[in-house]
Design a protein around this ligand. Structure first.
Ligand SMILES: [Zn+2]
Length: 333
């Protein structure tokens, strides 16, 4: 079910800026009628759809958190040479120049402020990252930040044929990720601090580009986020966590909780675990003692997009799966 907009239009109007995100390479086939084959690179032996965002792999059970964009230019050896372009004005958050340390290979993360929302774009499998780019450096939309490549540390290398830019748009789950990860997965390596893929909640960049193209200056990222389809609704007993401050545009007012005091938050999650609507709840509105509660499930959405395995059905009862609990732990840590 698509949730209706609940906010007065006047609150949005002032913050909206035209076309906040630009395509991250010169490939524009995304906007051409039937251009998908020229735009997306599928996985080995699979159609272009497996290079789009979502539960598009392993029969829906594997999530692809970005889009895989086809190269347009190659050198004499057949290696891609397409410049990779910043999708929006921003600053460098992280550059990994040690490809053996990530399945993303060489990757770059940029931080953007769009309508007061902190968004992180990620560019992976790069052949090289522009040498002068360091954390904190400012970049302009459309500026070349690296070169497309096929770096990765996966057992199966990316072939020349399949060379592509893996591009993501993300929200950041928790700036204290590194501490949480160490506590939750003792002994496991995390070479990238907060810039680990597990800490980045991806949103559908293909849908955003297409909506921008269709709506022009009317496009709003906040509306896009508020319009996500709900997979499930959960209640957390925590009242202060970074997402509330970083994504305050997604918090709905609740006069009763404001009057009585906030005892927890009711959160709508989309199928990728993005908390796109948060409602403060008073103690008098909360049943049950558990720190995390599953309040409702949109079964149709789960059938369509189960890949993150956030929830599971045990007999006739839905419950939060380990991954769902981990997500809520990290979100509220
Ligand atoms: Zn990819």
């Amino acid at each position: 079910m698509d949730r209706p907009l609940i906010y007065a239009a006047c609150c949005l109007a002032a913050a909206v800026q035209a076309q906040p995100f630009q395509l991250p390479t010169a490939n524009r086939a995304l906007f051409a009628q039937g251009g998908e084959e020229e735009y997306f690179v599928g996985t080995v032996g699979k159609p272009w759809t497996s290079g789009t965002f979502g539960c598009v792999r392993s029969g829906g059970w594997q999530m692809h958190e970005g889009i895989d964009i086809r190269c347009l230019e190659r050198d004499r050896r057949g290696e891609p040479t397409d410049p990779v372009l910043a999708t929006a004005d921003g600053t460098v958050a992280y550059a990994n120049r040690r490809p053996s340390l990530s399945n993303y290979g060489n990757y770059l993360v940029l931080r953007h402020q769009v309508e007061g929302v902190e968004v992180y774009s990620l560019y992976a499998h790069l052949r090289e990252i522009r040498a002068d780019l360091k954390a904190g450096e400012a970049v302009k939309a459309g500026e070349a930040v690296g070169v497309m490549g096929r770096t990765a540390n996966t057992r199966q290398a990316i072939s020349k044929e399949r060379a592509h830019l893996h591009f993501e748009l993300n929200l950041l789950l928790n700036n204290r990720f590194a501490t949480w990860y160490k506590k939750t997965f003792p002994g496991q390596r995390n070479d990238h601090g907060a810039w680990n893929g597990q800490n980045l909640a991806a949103i559908d960049s293909r849908a955003i580009f297409l909506e921008e193209q269709e709506q022009g200056a009317k496009f709003s990222l906040v509306s896009f986020l508020r319009g996500q389809t709900e997979l499930c609704r959960v209640l957390v007993r925590d009242t202060d966590f970074p997402w509330l401050r970083r994504y305050s545009a997604l918090v709905r007012p609740n006069p009763r909780a404001q009057a009585e005091g906030v005892a927890g938050y009711e959160i709508a999650l989309n199928y990728n675990g993005v908390a796109f609507e948060l409602v403060p709840r008073a103690a008098s509105e909360i049943k049950g003692k558990a720190r995390f509660q599953l309040l409702s499930v949109n079964e149709a959405e789960y059938e369509k997009n189960p890949g993150r395995r956030l929830i599971t059905k045990r007999g006739s009862r839905w419950e939060l799966a380990t991954r769902g609990l981990n997500l809520l732990e990290l979100l509220t840590y």
